[in-house]
Design a protein around this ligand. Structure first.
Ligand code: NAP
Length: 252
């Protein structure tokens, strides 16, 4: 175990999209970063290399947040690489192919809830065990990535995904109150339509562009614009903010 003075941040799903932007920004702001990925090792390695190139510290950490064994492997790797943990961004998430409720299979629902809900809760539990002053830690900060879908419902596309993000909102509120006296702040960001590969993975590669007219700011957001909000919630600038859910949605 290596322990240095640099604060350590774990970003689940840090290899691409919003998570990658969070990793790069966090490194610029002085965090050592554990860049978690599920299967795309080259993408995670590229994020780690970009951070190293800029003089920062990062490691790639493989693990599926949708399985208990995956979550254990992720935290074991963080312990081994850094020997401390100061922040967690619960960012890993999946959508499904567009489907009405009568087409949603139990297998799809199980996977959606495992990755988006159980994954975030299990990672938060593992992080709290390491960061809580109750367990001898120094305190810390957790940011959950929710979605405007939690509020809008995603009718006709993926109500299961929207429901999974509704769970993240409730979890954020409850956990923030539960661990406030453990020295841990917990907040969430609700991105709107953000230009990442998530939409293509849900079979709708043009979704961000097509939905732009429905956004008051008339464009999709960038991963960096979400990362900027996450970095605020990770930083001491938000020291009196906990239990908050910040919409980053261009007004949508
Ligand atoms: P993305 O571009 O599809 O990237 C997903 C990331 O999550 C990748 O790094 C991927 O790793 C990782 N991942 C997926 N399943 C995982 C698992 N089981 N375990 C560990 N890592 C896993 O997605 P994104 O658009 O950046 O979305 C990030 C978060 O923002 C998600 O929670 C999503 O629901 C939320 N969000 C996105 C939007 C949007 O419009 N894009 C809007 C609202 C909310 P690999 O590279 O290994 O595949």
């Amino acid at each position: 175990m290596k322990i240095s003075d640099q604060p350590v941040l774990l970003v689940t799903g840090g290899s691409r999209g919003i998570g990658a932007a969070v990793c790069l920004s966090a490194a610029e702001h002085g965090w050592a970063v554990a860049v978690n990925y599920a299967s795309n090792r080259p993408a995670a390695d590229a994020v780690v290399a970009a951070i190293a190139q800029a003089g920062g510290t990062a490691v790639a950490v493989e693990g599926d947040v949708g399985s208990e064994a995956g979550v254990s492997a992720i935290f074991d790797a963080v312990d081994k690489a850094f020997g401390r943990l100061d922040g967690l961004v619960n960012n890993a998430g999946i959508v499904g192919m567009p489907a009405r409720i009568d087409e949603i299979t139990p297998e799809r629902l199980d996977r959606m809830l495992r990755v988006n809900v159980s994954g975030s809760i299990l990672c938060a539990a593992a992080a709290v065990r390491r960061m809580s002053v109750r367990h001898g830690g120094k305190g810390g900060v957790i940011v959950n990535i929710s979605s405007m879908a939690a509020v809008l419902g995603s009718a006709g596309q993926y109500v299961d995904y929207a429901a999974s993000k509704g769970a993240i909102d409730s979890f954020t509120i409850g956990l923030s109150r539960e661990v406030a006296s453990d020295g841990i702040r917990v907040n969430a960001v609700r991105p709107g339509i953000i230009d990442t590969e998530l939409h293509a993975s849900g079979g709708l590669p043009d979704r961000a562009r097509e939905l732009s007219p429905s956004v008051p700011l008339k464009r999709p957001g960038t991963a960096q614009e979400v990362a900027d909000a996450v970095l605020y919630l990770l930083s001491p600038s938000s020291s009196y903010v906990t239990g908050a859910i910040l919409n980053v949605s261009g007004g949508r």
